[in-house]
Ligand binder design. Structure first.
Ligand SMILES: Nc1ncnc2c1ncn2[C@@H]1O[C@H](COP(=O)(O)OP(=O)(O)OP(=O)(O)O)[C@@H](O)[C@H]1O
Ligand SMILES: [Mg+2]
Length: 402
């Protein structure tokens, strides 16, 4: 397995987080979105974390998908506690031994001993402050799949607590708490920043750049180093294949491994062409899968999903316009209750097609569906038509003609 280091991007983000750019707002929190499997977690852990540490920052990383049964708020608190405990260990043990109920850290800060290791939303800002003061360094909290926090009330409270911690710890020109939130879906991350009541109102979501030409160049160099007979590598074809794989290194590397293997299915093709062919096949398979899922829905579920795909963050499931939209596409009566039931069905499917936040905001579960939808609209191929149903209509035409 290879890892392509992305140091330049990491350095840029470190500078932005420390508030060193004249413009930019990363010191208020950096919100990064990129599609699934494009290398977010790898970048955050293998590139950004070490770069921050090299700049003297204490880094806490937590992935809210690491255990989806656990409450996101608890996962964040635990990660902070894990970083804090070694720093407080001695002090806390001494305090417990002498039955003190609180200890004073770094000269001024009081920590309730009974709560160490069980930091809740209220004490999270204190814990972060304690970490900052005992480490005598800025702290960066990296929350991967941060949108997941919005699916529970405790998770929402945690986000509000983090915002409060940021406001307490950061002063102009003096950034002591850096927050990095990442997610695979811009629409869902938007809920953290886009309304007056959202915890990070005013911040922007940035797109985490996908791996690109330099990654392909790196791969080509590795190939020619191992198999000089394959030079020169057609990097253009590999680049095109990587794009067709949606910039997902895992699928690309698998196809590359296949194509370079002595057991390749397509020995007649040069490996670049074989990878490109695999990428195009994968794209067709993904699209066929989405089409099949869409066609398997009931008419009202299709209409609701269609509306959600079309409206994105502006989606309101039961307003008059939405109901009018459903009525145009579904025979018979459509009430808000029926639309609600359809939405619930879309959420309860496995895999879920729709995501809902604790505040009742909706998004499609897999952002790739938006790209599929938009492409089909551009090609004039929306909505998908069930080939079986189309056949039935043809048959009827045939009967009438006779
Ligand atoms: N810089 C890189 N160099 C090589 N391979 C990479 C790189 N980044 C990611 N990958 C590979 O791509 C795959 C997905 O990476 P990762 O888990 O970081 O993506 P993600 O966007 O966090 O995915 P998910 O949406 O599932 O959380 C992994 O197999 C990983 O090894
Ligand atoms: Mg990830």
């Amino acid at each position: 397995m290879i890892h392509f280091a992305r140091q330049a991007l990491a350095q840029e983000l470190v500078a932005a987080l420390r508030g060193q750019g004249v413009f930019g707002d990363a010191h208020n929190g950096l919100f990064l979105a990129a599609p699934r499997r494009t290398g977010k977690s790898t970048f955050l852990q293998a590139d950004l974390k070490p770069a921050l540490e090299a700049a003297g920052v204490v880094v806490v990383y937590v992935d809210l998908w690491s255990d989806t049964r656990r409450d996101p708020g608890a996962l964040i608190a635990e990660a902070v506690a894990r970083a804090l405990l070694p720093k407080l260990g001695l002090i806390a043990r001494a305090a417990k031994a002498s039955h003190l109920d609180s200890v004073t850290v770094a000269g001024a800060l009081k920590i309730d001993v009974s709560k160490i290791g069980k930091i809740d939303g209220v004490t999270l800002p204190e814990a972060l402050r304690a970490l900052h003061e005992t480490a005598k360094a800025p702290v960066a909290l990296i929350v991967d799949e941060a949108q997941h926090a919005l699916t529970s009330e405790a998770g929402e409270a945690t986000m509000a607590a983090l915002k409060s911690a940021r406001d307490q710890l950061n002063l102009p020109g003096d950034v002591n708490l850096m927050l990095v939130m990442s997610g695979s879906d811009r629409d869902k991350l938007l809920r953290l920043v886009n309304t007056n009541g959202a915890p990070f109102y005013g911040s922007q979501i940035s797109r985490m750049p996908a791996l690109g030409a330099d990654f392909i160049h790196h791969v080509a160099t590795l190939i020619t180093a191992q198999r000089p007979s394959l030079a020169p590598v057609d990097t253009q074809a590999l680049k095109q294949a990587f794009e067709a794989f949606g910039h997902r290194p895992q699928f690309f590397m698998n196809a590359l491994g296949q194509a370079l293997s002595p057991l390749s299915d397509t020995p007649e093709l040069r490996f670049e062409q074989a990878v490109l062919r695999a990428a195009q096949q994968r794209q067709r398979d993904d699209e066929a899968q989405m089409e099949a899922e869409y066609l398997a829905l009931k008419p009202l579920e299709q209409a609701v999903l269609w509306r959600l795909l079309e409206q994105g963050a502006r989606f309101r499931p039961y307003d008059a316009e939405a109901l009018g939209f459903y009525k145009q596409r579904v025979p018979g009566r459509v009430t808000p209750q029926m639309a609600q039931k359809a939405l619930e069905q879309l959420r309860e499917r496995s895999p879920a097609l729709v995501w809902k936040s604790a505040r009742g905001e909706y998004a499609v579960d897999d952002a790739a569906m938006h790209r599929w939808f938009e492409q089909r609209v551009r090609d004039g191929e929306w909505p998908p038509v069930d080939p079986q149903a189309a056949l039935d209509i043809d048959d009827q035409d045939g009967i009438e003609a006779r």
